[in-house]
Design a protein around this ligand. Structure first.
Ligand code: OGA
Ligand code: MN
Length: 207
């Protein structure tokens, strides 16, 4: 059975994106699914399936813990019922974004991310110099009962003078136009789990 995001949240997210280029939606997916995804992320991390994340792309990839300290696992359909449901929900989001905002999004690339206490990701953009197909960033958080004093916010730089901190609370979906917003992950005092993904648009260069 597929689990659609709740429709008011989906519409609020699309309206926010159209107006301001970013959105945060609490309780985007059912709590039971969020808990299953958190459990899967934890057990895969414990089994050693998550690897240090790299910076850049292809031959230019490097692992630089001073920039980015999370461990990740790319997810695919069929790897678990929970991931399958998450990907179904993201597919509903992709189709709604294409229908309403004409973004021409073609696919989602997505990974679990696990930040141990103290790990962070310095200020960056999500587009690579040699690949500008990443269009919309989505981050779905998996951490119940997150307190502001535990750190770990996603800090989104809205313009020269304003930034927004999104707490990685279980069920919250943060979403923004990948090319427009510099952002960083602040260090936390507890484990910080998420599913992070990028909707990629069609390449115009294939013909
Ligand atoms: C990323 C990223 C944000 C977050 O993985 O590129 O910026 O809140 N993640 O985890
Ligand atoms: Mn990022």
């Amino acid at each position: 059975m597929s689990t659609p995001p709740n429709l008011p949240s989906l519409q609020a997210l699309i309206d926010d994106l159209a107006v301001q280029g970013w959105s945060q939606q609490p309780a985007f997916l059912p709590q039971s699914l969020t808990a299953e995804l958190a459990q899967e992320c934890r057990s895969r991390a414990a089994a050693g399936e998550l690897a240090p994340a790299a910076i850049g792309r292809a031959a230019g990839q490097a692992i630089v813990e001073g920039i980015r300290g999370d461990r990740i696992l790319w997810i695919e359909g069929g790897q678990s019922a929970a991931c399958e449901q998450f990907l179904d929900a993201m597919e509903a989001l992709r189709q709604a974004l294409n229908r309403q905002l004409f973004l021409g999004l073609e696919e989602l690339e997505c990974h679990f991310a696990f930040y141990a206490p103290g790990a962070y990701y310095l200020r960056h953009f999500d587009r690579f110099r040699d690949d500008d197909l990443r269009t919309i960033t989505v981050v779905f958080y998996l951490n119940p009962d997150w307190l502001p004093e535990q750190g770990g916010a996603l800090r989104l730089y809205l313009d020269e003078s304003r930034s927004l901190d999104v707490l990685p609370e279980a069920g919250t979906l943060a979403c923004f136009v990948s090319a427009e917003f510099a952002h960083e992950v602040l260090p936390a005092s507890r484990d910080r789990l998420s599913l992070t993904g990028w909707f990629r648009r069609r390449s115009d260069n294939v013909l």
